[in-house]
Structure formats: structure tokens, C-alpha cells
Design a binder for this molecule. Structure first.
Ligand SMILES: *[C@@H]1O[C@H](CO)[C@@H](O)[C@H](O)[C@H]1NC(C)=O
Ligand SMILES: *[C@@H]1O[C@H](CO)[C@@H](O)[C@H](O)[C@H]1NC(C)=O
Ligand SMILES: *[C@@H]1O[C@H](CO)[C@@H](O)[C@H](O)[C@H]1NC(C)=O
Ligand SMILES: *[C@@H]1O[C@H](CO)[C@@H](O)[C@H](O)[C@H]1NC(C)=O
Ligand SMILES: CC(=O)N[C@H]1CO[C@H](CO)[C@@H](O)[C@@H]1O
Length: 310
């Protein structure tokens, strides 16, 4: 698995030319990653395209959130015969140096698709990017956006855990989560993991450019518990015929997660490297929860929907 992660890491650096230092901190690996390497098979890049296919701009984008389960969502949607999923996180709309390369560069990173297929890419960094909404709107103002969210407090801890292990692997100093969350007794609002969990702040930015009807929110906690109902909602949102069925999933007792079965292939999902989350000091945790509660209230009002986060 660590082989897979470093492979994926290298792959993104090579293809998209991003500064490694930035990546080490910011490149998000989902809580739910794939065991297999299929998602980033480099040899696919050079195989000749099937007749009748071409590369198309995405008609739908999974915009985030980091650590929300974006990889799981994309892989599960990829079961659908009318979905063509991009293999890597493109970071076109959130990284200036990629955006400067232009639209043709972006389209070239999309998979070959048939005319009846919907191309989907996912880059979790878009949701929290200040510029991504207007840039995506400039490309296609009627594009369909998918946003997968989970409990904002859990997301903070998961975000911390990922960066913590990345830093360990890169022999960089690490800090206890409490020291990052709290400075001088108050919540440290400059901590990016907290900022990224302010869903209301970020969604406002998207709603300035897109009507709420164009943004479908997937409940990340529900997707992991029972994938099919959440995926059927997405099929409906994307106007896809219902093709994902319960036999595409089987529960692996050992892992405690669902595995995907499609086209005779089996792929399993699991917690990122099985990393345990740290036990967070309870009073700090309560402080964080109380703070996010206000934000999630505002968020529920903005999206006219509530989520079962406690
Ligand atoms: C990558 O794709 C090629 C062609 O589709 C296949 O032959 C090869 O086994 C794949 N490699 C991995 C590591 O999945
Ligand atoms: C824009 O997105 C919509 C919704 O997915 C799609 O129907 C339309 O074809 C897209 N337009 C272009 C130019 O890609
Ligand atoms: C279930 O998960 C275990 C533990 O990761 C794995 O060894 C096994 O191959 C999986 N079984 C199936 C049928 O996917
Ligand atoms: C949790 O942190 C508070 C200060 O923020 C401290 O007073 C308390 O002793 C800590 N609790 C534990 C169990 O470490
Ligand atoms: C995680 C979190 O803060 N959840 C809260 C979101 O807001 C509702 C009220 O609208 C609270 O009940 C949750 O505890």
C-alpha cells in the first residue's frame, strides 16, 4: 500500500508538474482509497484510443471535499457504463500554474469516452479554492457538480492524520493535534484543516456562480455505510439510466468496508493505510465541535438540507 501511495504521488508530480513541497502538505489522499493500482495505471496513457472515442471536457466534476471520500465516489460511479472517469486528480482550476496551461491541456488529461458517456474528473482541492468556482463556470456554466461531505469534525481529524503520516514519511517534524487546533487557549483559525471544514464559507463561494440545483451533495458517511442508495441519487442527478446495482458491492467483513465488483474485476476500499486516528483531548474536541456546530447550521440553511453529523 505504501508503494501505491508513493507511486500515485510521483505520478501526479510528473504529469502535472506541481511543486513537491506543496504536494506533501496539500495533496489529498482520500480516507477511502483503493487497494489496487488501477486508478493510476500509467500504461493506459499511451495505449491507442478505442475507435469512436475522443477526449471531452467533463460534464460533471467531483469538487471535494478533501478527506470526504472523493476517490470512493469516483470509483463507484465508474461502475456505470456511461461514465468515463479521469484517472488522476487534475488540479486544473485550483492551481494557477496548471490553469495557465490552458483548456486544451486540461482536456488532454481526460479519458477517452464514447459520445453517450459522461466524463467526470475529481479534484478535492476545488471545493476550498477561491478561484475554482468562477473558472469552472467560465468553462461550462451548466456543468453538474458533485460534492461529497462528511462530519466536519471527523474530517479535521482525518486531514490531520494524513498530513501527520506524510510528514513522518518525509522525516519532517510532527505536532500533536491539540497544538495545531488550539493556540493560547483558543481555536487556531489559521489551521488549514479547520478552514477546510468550514463548509458554509466555501459553499457560499460556489453559490455565487452556480444555482444550488447544479450542486448535488453526497453524504460521505452514508456512502460508506451503504453505497447503493447514494449512488442511485447521483445517477438520477446526472440523468444516467440506473445501471449500478446491489450486486456491484459486497461487504468485506475483515475490512469492514464494501468492495466493488464490476466487469469481472474486484476492488476493495479501506481506510487510508488503516491508519488509526489519534485520540484527541476531549476538551479540545468539544471546543472544535461547538465551533463547527455554528458553521454547519449555516451550511444546512444554505443547502436547504441537513446531515446527520453529531
Ligand atoms: C495497466 O494497463 C495495461 C493495459 O490496460 C495492463 O496490461 C496492465 O496489466 C495494467 N497494469 C497494472 C499495474 O494494473
Ligand atoms: C456542460 O454541462 C452540461 C451538464 O453536464 C452538459 O449537458 C453540456 O453538454 C456541457 N457543455 C459543454 C460545452 O461541454
Ligand atoms: C477482504 O479483506 C481482506 C483483508 O484486507 C483481504 O485479505 C481479502 O482478500 C478480502 N476479501 C475479498 C473477497 O475481497
Ligand atoms: C486537555 O486539555 C486541557 C487544556 O486544553 C487540559 O487542561 C487537560 O488536562 C487536558 N486533558 C487531558 C486528559 O490531557
Ligand atoms: C459536527 C457538528 O458540529 N454537528 C452539529 C451540526 O449542527 C447541528 C445543529 O444544526 C448539531 O446538532 C450537530 O451537532
Amino acid at each position: 500500500m505504501s508503494y501505491f501511495l508513493s507511486f500515485a504521488f510521483l505520478f501526479v508530480v510528473q504529469i502535472h508538474g506541481a511543486p513537491p513541497e506543496f504536494l506533501q502538505e496539500e495533496f489529498g489522499i482520500d480516507p477511502i482509497e483503493l487497494d489496487s493500482i488501477q486508478a493510476s495505471n500509467m500504461s493506459d496513457v499511451s495505449t491507442s484510443p478505442p475507435p469512436g472515442t475522443s477526449k471531452r471536457a467533463p460534464q460533471s466534476i467531483i469538487i471535494g471535499v478533501r478527506k470526504g471520500g472523493t476517490r470512493a465516489l469516483l470509483e463507484m460511479l465508474d461502475i456505470h457504463p456511461e461514465v468515463a472517469a479521469a484517472a488522476t486528480e487534475v488540479h486544473f482550476f485550483d492551481w494557477d500554474e496548471n490553469y495557465a496551461k490552458g483548456f486544451e491541456w486540461y482536456r488532454d488529461l481526460m479519458p477517452y469516452s464514447y459520445p453517450n458517456q459522461i466524463t467526470i474528473e475529481k479534484t478535492p482541492g476545488y471545493f476550498t479554492s477561491a478561484l475554482a468556482p468562477e473558472r469552472i463556470c467560465a468553462m461550462n456554466s451548466s456543468i453538474k457538480l458533485l460534492l461529497i461531505l462528511r462530519d466536519p469534525t471527523e474530517r479535521v481529524i482525518s486531514d490531520y492524520t494524513q498530513v501527520y503520516f506524510n510528514r513522518l514519511e518525509n522525516h519532517k517534524p510532527v505536532q500533536a493535534i491539540e497544538n495545531l487546533l488550539v493556540r493560547n487557549g483558543v481555536l487556531n483559525m489559521r489551521y488549514k484543516a479547520i478552514q477546510r471544514s468550514l463548509y458554509d464559507v466555501h459553499i457560499r463561494n460556489w453559490l455565487r456562480h452556480f444555482p444550488l440545483e447544479q450542486i448535488h451533495i453526497v453524504d460521505g458517511d452514508a456512502l460508506i455505510q451503504d453505497p447503493l442508495p447514494e449512488l442511485q441519487k447521483v445517477e438520477n442527478f446526472l440523468n444516467l439510466p440506473p445501471r449500478i446495482v446491489s450486486s456491484n458491492f459486497y461487504f468485506n467483513q475483515t475490512k469492514g468496508f464494501y468492495c466493488i465488483r464490476s466487469d469481472g474485476r474486484e476492488r476493495c476500499l479501506h481506510e487510508s493505510k488503516g491508519r488509526p486516528h489519534p485520540a484527541v483531548n476531549n476538551s479540545v474536541l468539544q471546543q472544535l465541535r461547538a465551533f463547527l456546530r455554528e458553521h454547519n447550521r449555516t451550511f444546512f440553511r444554505l443547502v436547504r438540507r441537513t446531515f446527520n453529523w453529531q
